[in-house]
Every structure is written in structure tokens, then in C-alpha cells.
Design a protein around this ligand. Structure first.
Ligand code: NAI
Length: 466
């Protein structure tokens, strides 16, 4: 009898399994893929970062080295090699997770898990056999799958989801990206840098929809400068492969109703993801889902069957690996009698474009909606010594702090290595810090982190360097 059977070995599932085992529980994990790590490691966060890094090197060599006094010539893209490197990064990490399972004595089953009853999970093993696992608790950590649009069939050749876009065999001449969300902007950037013409068609009136509006506008400006084209407030009605193996994309202005057509090589559908809960036996147990298919849980992540828990992309909330991880840890700790808890106010989100967009807490629009009075402090990277010497001066840090108490309510960074810089803001917010706390803390000189300090000083109009 296991204490916990985890279904799904993505960041939420495997982190929960490790934590539960550390706390003395007997744990099994089931994974339907041949490798562990879930969408994030296999076909998401990690391979996309590998390609973003490779393509960034290419752009630097092409456009920036000369400025550093480095003349290089004859740079060519070897796409097979780039893809091979990406695959190696992925396989190193997925086998690392398998090692972690062994090290932490988590029993791993490769196959499809289905809940038979509240204490039994049946696994259809890859070998073709079936085995039953008896358990006190079950954790559903099955994640999400790519969504498509009515009238658009993803074939992963001409019309691709993020999975296909991570492995295109040739660089498309013209790529249309449907959706200016995280996936569209990141993978659109990869192919733009490698030479494609990229047109992003977005239904809403801004890119990176959930971001602070002013910061999203700055990102759009930077990406436009890099050559990415945006068509906002436009709805894609259809995309079909024609007899010449091209894709005909039809879209119309949301407000104008004006219809347009593009004929391109490849279309990336990046219009969101849906929770993955098919075939798990949830309906037979009466586990409640909402209209969009997300599994409903209480504040302890219990579903309507109390010893069956759910976390990550499967439940409402941002679809982020680090959010799933924290929820997985909270479940493991709750099962071990500890107070498992997640602070949703401090979940950072990052878009790994160049410059990167990273944020945590409230946007200015949310504060206005909630009628919370605030002061805003801003500081641009152009005025920072390290950013200047790196040659990356696009963007700014914006800190929003409570008008009365100075407590930090939100931080929005567009700039070089914003993904790493946001960690300071997360820690500050976890500790309930004020803008003055950041302003009075040492920040080594010269570093990008000084932009954070100057923005904190600017909250009370005391910035020094600009
Ligand atoms: P998303 O929800 O971020 O963006 C989808 C976009 O598509 C929205 O802006 C929406 O308005 C637009 N859209 C929907 N229907 C449309 C239509 N018919 N025509 C034109 N535009 C349309 O979804 P995305 O980018 O697919 O990402 C899925 C999930 O994966 C997100 O929750 C994201 O947070 C997560 N993710 C996170 C990453 C990170 O943390 N860096 C990286 C990649 C994915």
C-alpha cells in the first residue's frame, strides 16, 4: 500500500513525489511519456529556452559582435545541430529527473494511470501489462494540452502547436503565429531570429494580455524593432493547407469585420492550453470540473473525493511550472501533517523574449480596478552602467507600492535578464517589504539589479542615477 500515488511526472508531480518521500511517505509516480519531466522539460519551457539561447547567439554574432570590435564572417545556421543540442539539453534533464526518483526512492511506473476507485490506480504499462496500485492518497498532476481553434487542424507539419514549432525541419520563409501570448512571442522570436518573416495575429488589443499594459507596449515596441509584425484585434477564422503545401490563413478585424488572407509556409497555433483530464476515470468518481474542464479543488487541493488531490495546469490558475511545483509541495506537506501553503500573490511570470518581460503581483490596471491607491517608481535600463556595457538598454523596472504603507504590490520588469531579476521582487513581496526596504538594501555596482533599486527609490521620487 502506497501513501501517495502521483499521476503525471511533470514539475508539479515529480516535485510533490520527492517532497512526500523526503517526509517519509511511500510514493509511486506514473508517467505516460517515455521520459519524465512533463511538458515543461520535454516539449515546453526547456527546449524553447535552448532554442531561444541558440538563436540569441546567432543574432548577437550577426548584429552585435561588430560593435564589440569582433569581426566574424561566414556564420551559418546548422539547424540539425541546433536541434540536436536542444534534444541533448532535454534528455540530460529528463534523465536527471529519473535519477532523482531513484535517489528519493519514488517507485516509477511508465504507462497510463487510471483511477479505479479512491484507493486504487490501474496502470496500463508500456509493456502492455496492467498493474494495480493500492494507495491511501492520489495526486492528479496530468497538466495540460495545446488548444486549437475551430476550423484549424494541427498536423504538426504546416500547422503546428508549440510541439511542432520546437522541431521544424527547415526555417519557414513566412510564419504566422496565432496568439500573442507567451508561446507565440517566445517561439515567434526564435524563428524571427533565425530568419523567418513572422506575423503575429492576436485577438486582443495588446500582446502578452495579462501583463501590465505599459510594459506590454514597451515589449511590443522592442519586438517590432526586431522585425516582428503584429496584427492586433484580429480573429483568425481558418487556416488550411493548399495543394502547393502552403497554408492559407483567413482573419478578420474584430472591430472592422474586414477580412484578410495570407498565404504562408507555416502556422503556429498558440491560443492557449486546456487541462488534460481525459481517460483518468474522474467522471466515474464524480470529481467536479468547471465548464472549461479544470478540476475543482479546495484550499488544500482536495477534489470532491477528499483523498484525491489535483494541482498545476489541471486546476484553475496560471499554467506555470513553478506554480505547479509549489502546489505539489503543499500537497506533500499537508499529507505529512505540515501546513502546506501557496502564496498566489507572489507567483512570478516570465516571457523569455529579448528583452525579457518578468512580473509579479498586481498590474497598474488591477490596482486601479481594485481602487488601491499606489505610488509608481520607474527606472530605465538606458541609465544603467551594466546594461550599457552589455549593449542591452531596452526596457525598464516599474515598482508599484501602496501609497500609504509603501508595501510593494507589484513589480514589472522589461529588460535584460528580467527572469533572474524578478527573484528579488518575489522575495521582497514574500517578506512584505516596502519599496524603501529595497531602496536601502545594497545592490552591487555595476549590476542590472541597480535598476531595481533605482525604481524603488523613484517610488518616493529619490532616484539618483537619472
Ligand atoms: P496564452 O493564453 O498566453 O495566449 C493565447 C493568446 O491567443 C491570447 O492572447 C488570446 O487572445 C489569443 N487568441 C485566442 N484565440 C485567437 C484567435 N482566434 N485569433 C487570434 N488570437 C487568438 O496561451 P499560450 O501562449 O498558448 O500559452 C499557453 C500556456 O502556457 C499559458 O498559460 C502560458 O502561461 C504557459 N506558458 C508559459 C511559459 C512561460 O512561463 N515562459 C512558456 C510557454 C507557455
Amino acid at each position: 500500500m502506497f501513501d501517495l500515488v502521483v499521476i503525471g511526472a511533470g514539475p508539479g508531480g515529480y516535485t510533490s513525489a520527492i517532497r512526500a518521500s523526503q517526509l517519509g511517505l511511500k510514493v509511486a509516480i506514473i508517467e505516460k511519456r517515455k521520459t519524465l519531466g512533463g511538458t515543461c522539460l520535454n516539449i515546453g519551457c526547456i527546449p524553447s529556452k535552448a532554442l531561444l539561447d541558440s538563436s540569441e547567439h546567432y543574432i548577437q554574432a550577426q548584429e552585435e559582435f561588430e560593435d564589440h570590435g569582433l569581426t566574424v564572417s561566414g556564420i551559418k545556421i546548422n539547424l540539425d545541430r541546433m536541434m540536436g543540442r536542444k534534444d541533448k539539453v532535454v534528455s540530460d534533464l529528463t534523465s536527471g529527473v529519473a535519477y532523482l526518483m531513484k535517489k528519493n526512492k519514488v517507485e516509477t511506473f511508465y504507462g497510463f494511470g487510471k483511477i479505479k476507485n479512491a484507493n486504487t490506480v490501474e496502470v496500463r504499462l508500456d509493456s502492455g501489462e496492467t498493474t494495480s496500485l493500492e494507495t491511501k492518497n492520489i495526486l492528479l498532476a496530468t497538466g495540460s494540452a495545446a488548444n486549437t481553434l475551430p476550423g484549424i487542424e494541427i498536423d504538426e507539419q504546416n500547422i503546428v502547436s508549440s510541439t511542432g514549432a520546437l522541431s521544424l525541419p527547415v526555417i519557414p520563409e513566412h510564419l504566422v503565429v496565432i496568439g500573442a501570448g507567451v508561446i507565440g512571442l517566445e517561439l515567434g522570436s526564435v524563428w524571427k531570429r533565425l530568419g523567418s518573416k513572422v506575423t503575429v495575429i492576436e485577438y486582443g488589443s495588446k500582446i502578452a494580455a495579462s501583463s501590465d499594459t505599459a510594459t506590454s507596449k514597451l515589449l511590443q515596441r522592442s519586438l517590432t524593432k526586431q522585425g516582428m509584425e503584429f496584427v492586433l484585434e484580429a480573429k483568425v477564422n481558418s487556416a488550411q493547407v493548399n495543394k502547393n503545401n502552403k497554408v492559407e490563413v483567413e482573419y478578420e478585424g474584430v472591430k472592422t469585420g474586414e477580412k484578410q488572407k495570407l498565404v504562408v509556409d507555416t502556422v503556429l497555433v498558440a491560443t492557449g492550453r486546456r487541462p488534460y483530464s481525459e481517460g483518468l476515470g474522474l467522471e466515474d468518481l464524480g470529481i467536479e470540473k468547471n465548464k472549461a474542464g479544470f478540476v475543482m479543488v479546495n484550499s488544500h487541493y482536495q477534489t470532491t473525493v477528499p483523498n484525491i488531490y489535483a494541482i498545476g495546469d489541471l486546476i484553475p490558475g496560471p499554467m506555470l511550472a513553478h506554480k505547479a511545483e509549489e502546489e505539489g509541495v503543499a500537497v506533500a506537506e499537508t499529507l505529512a501533517g505540515l501546513p502546506g501553503h501557496v502564496n498566489y500573490m507572489t507567483v512570478p511570470s516570465v516571457i523569455y523574449t529579448w528583452p525579457e518581460l518578468a512580473s509579479v503581483g498586481y498590474t497598474e490596471e488591477e490596482l486601479k480596478d481594485k481602487k488601491i491607491a499606489y505610488n509608481a517608481g520607474k527606472f530605465p535600463f538606458t541609465a544603467n552602467g551594466r546594461a550599457k556595457s552589455l549593449g542591452c538598454t531596452d526596457g525598464q523596472v516599474k515598482i508599484l507600492a501602496d501609497k500609504e504603507t509603501d508595501q510593494i504590490l507589484g513589480v514589472h520588469i522589461l529588460g535584460p535578464r528580467a527572469s533572474d531579476m524578478i527573484a528579488e521582487a518575489v522575495v521582497a513581496m514574500e517578506f512584505g517589504a516596502s519599496a524603501e526596504d529595497i531602496a536601502r538594501s545594497f545592490h552591487a555596482h555595476p549590476t542590472l539589479s541597480e535598476v531595481m533599486r533605482e525604481a524603488a527609490l523613484d517610488v518616493n521620487k529619490a532616484a539618483r542615477q537619472f
